[in-house]
Design a protein around this ligand. Structure first.
Ligand code: NAG
Length: 497
């Protein structure tokens, strides 16, 4: 057998941390019963607090779990307008109902997270559009003035003016929002983030085209600044952006890319306060992860990502991210683990170039052959393949296919036995453990260079390799973002791995 030695190089992409500052999940229930015409029967409200004994979910326990175990730091707390004023449009906040909602808010604040007040009324009250034939601007301003007064001293409160406006006149809606911004600041809530939602259900696919983004980003604080005024963005992955179908048909990178470009040019930021996918839906694990990796990758303009939903939804809800109880502890489902938490944690380690690449070359020196390998990591994807061909006295080929279905949190690709042999064909053993991917692999050869990076637990992968004679190997693993790219060249007989 001819001996080849390879000079290898590796490229490791590490471009700095980049992930959304705020990650969280919607703690639903206060919105239950709300229809898109803004009718929200208060009898349907199910605030997610066990202590009320009303059949609602354990939002308090969930938020503790999400913050302590997953590091989440933003929870969205939907509530209906009708509930807050006990069906009396324009009235004072109802003391009893407000106290209940406040209990949820305080449970959220107690975790240290930011807590988003979401008025879940689709810019309407019982069929009428705010400021456009339905409730007056003053009635809506009254609602927000009272809420802002109550929470003026809580820096971690986020005011989401309205959930998913639709079918309304955008400039008129923007003018309504301006009045509310002014009222909130005037009530003493000077610094809190305010989220401004556009029409078409706040869809990322329409915010720019509908003129919503432009109209809303023109609004200002009373002092003329735009500090802490953020665009509110929603988007689902199903066929009609309704979040009611299991199948994920898009990863939304076009839509979020358009919003990101707009924001970048405008010098502004947004929070994606609602997006979700079905844990059991076809292609959801892939596309939801891709989407969320993309949002994290654009964290210069997207400062937050809130997935829908837990709270009073039970675990069987089509978009359910409600954790289940195991041995007295909450455990996330795979979609939450991989696509919500996983993409976020990975993004903290590696930067997220929209397109990144790594390449590695191996060349043969002693047998007149030539070899090459390349590993190219493109934009977030879950499939990697590497092929190596070495021509010369001996044919060597290797193809590696790694399909890491989705990224998840902790480092689990551990390459041990880093051996540098200056090109000499010294035997060495590399034990490479691809936890969560497949069984440990052993390769015998002389390792000239190698590198380690993180993979993630729970990722599923298949890997197939064919080797003969000398072998050069490039590894590039990716699942949403680049974790690892290295090339290993070695000589002598290689075991299969
Ligand atoms: C989103 O899907 C498109 C089309 O399948 C694909 O080209 C693109 O790479 C995906 N984006 C990400 C971030 O994975």
């Amino acid at each position: 057998m001819l001996i080849k030695s390879f000079v290898s190089s590796f490229a490791l992409l590490q471009l700095g941390a980049a992930r959304v500052q705020f990650l969280g999940i919607g703690i639903a229930g206060g919105d239950f019963g709300c229809e898109i015409d803004g009718s929200c029967p208060t009898g349907s409200t199910q605030l997610p607090l066990r202590s009320f004994n009303l059949g609602g979910g354990d939002g308090e326990g969930q938020m503790k779990h999400f913050s302590q175990d997953d590091g989440m730091n933003l929870f969205r707390l939907p509530i209906s307008w009708q509930s807050l004023v006990n069906n009396q449009l324009g009235a004072r906040l109802d003391a009893s109902n407000l106290a209940k909602y406040d209990k949820l808010v305080q449970a959220c604040l107690a975790t240290g997270a930011h807590c988003m007040i979401d008025i879940h009324n689709f810019a309407r009250w019982n069929g009428g559009i705010i400021g456009q034939g339905g409730p007056t601007d003053e009635q809506f301003v009254s609602l927000w003035t009272q809420l802002a007064t109550k929470y003026a001293g809580s820096a971690n409160i986020v005011f989401e003016l309205m959930n998913e406006p639709h079918d309304l006149d955008v400039p008129t809606w923007a003018a309504t929002c301006q009045k509310v911004i002014t009222a909130i600041r005037s009530a003493g809530a000077l610094k809190q983030m305010i989220l401004l939602p556009g029409t078409n259900f706040d869809s990322a696919a329409h915010l720019v085209g509908s003129g919503s983004a432009q109209a809303l980003m023109a609004l200002t604080n009373p002092d003329g600044t735009t500090d802490n005024l953020l665009l509110d963005v929603h988007k689902y992955l199903d066929e009609d952006n309704s979040g009611t179908h299991a199948a994920c048909v898009t990863n939304n990178t076009d839509a979020f890319g358009e919003v990101a470009a707009f924001l970048r040019q405008a010098g502004r930021k947004a929070i994606v306060s609602e997006t979700g996918a079905a844990p059991a839906g076809s292609a959801c694990m892939e596309r939801f992860c891709e989407q969320n990796a993309f949002i994290n990758a654009n964290s210069d303009v997207f400062v937050g990502l809130v997935a829908w939903a837990a709270g009073s939804f039970d675990t069987s809800y089509i978009l359910g991210l409600t954790p289940s109880q195991k041995n007295g502890k909450y455990v996330d489902n795979a979609l939450a683990t991989k696509c919500v938490v996983g993409t976020w944690l990975e993004s903290s380690e590696f930067a997220p170039p929209a397109v990144s690449s790594a390449s590695a070359r191996a060349s043969s020196s002693s047998a007149g052959g030539s070899g090459s390998s390349s590993a190219v990591a493109t934009s977030p994807t879950t499939t990697q393949s590497t092929s190596v061909e070495v021509e010369g006295g001996v044919s060597t080929s290797e193809s590696t296919v790694i399909e890491a279905s989705t990224p998840t949190p902790a480092p689990t690709l551990t390459t041990t036995a880093l051996v540098v042999s200056s090109g000499l064909p010294l035997p060495a053993t590399v034990s490479e453990t691809l936890a969560g991917l497949d069984a440990p692999n052993t390769v015998t050869g002389t390792i000239q260079t190698t590198a380690t990076r993180n993979l993630v637990p729970g990722a599923s992968a298949t890997k197939s390799t064919v080797t003969s004679g000398g072998l050069s190997r490039a590894v590039s693993c990716r699942g949403g973002l680049v974790w690892f790219s290295a090339v290993v060249g070695f000589v002598a007989t290689a075991g299969l791995f």
